[in-house]
Design a protein around this ligand. Structure first.
Ligand code: PRP
Length: 225
């Protein structure tokens, strides 16, 4: 009876990660990265679980994966290699330009190429922070009349939310701390780290003291601004 009432398997709870001593930061990065928040193994395992949920939900129809540039570079690659479904891929370029730790105005740097009308769309981003990006992009996508849109993010910083937007698939819930790596930047650096890590405060303190403001990247913005 229960199975009839709940025909779809329940989603597993999203893992919450907290900054605690764990894996050693590689020597090369030790000056800048204080600790590893999520290891490459943890990321890989979690992505396989997320991919199974997505495959289950999108089975039977060709999907269009729409990925937001630039932060999704690693997550997208690892996610789609685990999506054993026919799919097409497109990108939206969107970035927030602002000085210091304040969120800036959103600028679209690349538009979609594929037709979204009637399609089953999976929108992928690396981090859901204030929600401004996803909210804006969802509005833009909905206007193109897809059949449905599901959203997928690797990291969710719920404490920072401003717009009422949630993702359908979330890799990890993280606290309001500065994170970099695995695609996420601080002033365009650290995207190539294979793990998600926390920066030493001196790195972002230094950056905010520079005369010419660097764009920290929203993933790298310090919380509580
Ligand atoms: C980052 C991140 C998300 C967005 C999330 O992008 O990649 O797209 O911020 O923040 P929000 O929920 O507060 O809108 P950013 O604009 O830094 O560009 P990037 O992807 O090139 O790093």
């Amino acid at each position: 009876i229960l199975a009839l009432e709940h025909p779809r398997p329940m989603k597993r709870p999203v893992p919450e990660v907290h900054p605690k001593p764990g894996a050693r930061v590689p020597r090369l990065w030790r000056q800048e990265v204080e600790r590893i928040l999520i290891t490459d193994d943890q990321i890989a395992r979690r992505i396989r679980i997320m991919a199974r949920e997505i495959v289950r939900d999108f089975a039977g129809r060709e999907m269009v994966v729409v990925s937001l540039l630039n932060g999704t570079v690693m997550f997208l690659g690892d996610l789609i290699r685990n999506l054993s479904l026919p799919l097409r891929l497109d990108f939206i370029g969107v970035s927030s330009y602002g000085a210091g730790t304040e969120s800036g105005e959103l600028v679209f740097t690349k538009e979609l190429r594929l037709d979204m009308r009637g399609r089953d769309v999976l929108l992928v981003d690396d981090i859901l922070d204030t929600g401004k990006t996803l909210y804006r992009v969802l509005g833009k996508l909905r206007a193109l009349k897809p059949r449905r849109i599901k959203t997928c993010v690797l990291l969710n910083k719920a404490a920072r939310r401003i717009e009422a937007v949630e993702a359908d698939y979330v890799g990890f819930e993280i606290p309001d701390i500065v994170v970099v790596g695995y695609g996420l930047d601080f002033a365009e650096r650290y995207r190539n780290l294979p793990f998600v890590g926390m920066l030493h405060p001196h790195v972002y303190d230094q950056a905010s003291q520079q005369v010419k403001p660097v764009r920290p990247g929203k993933a790298g913005r310090q919380g509580g601004d």
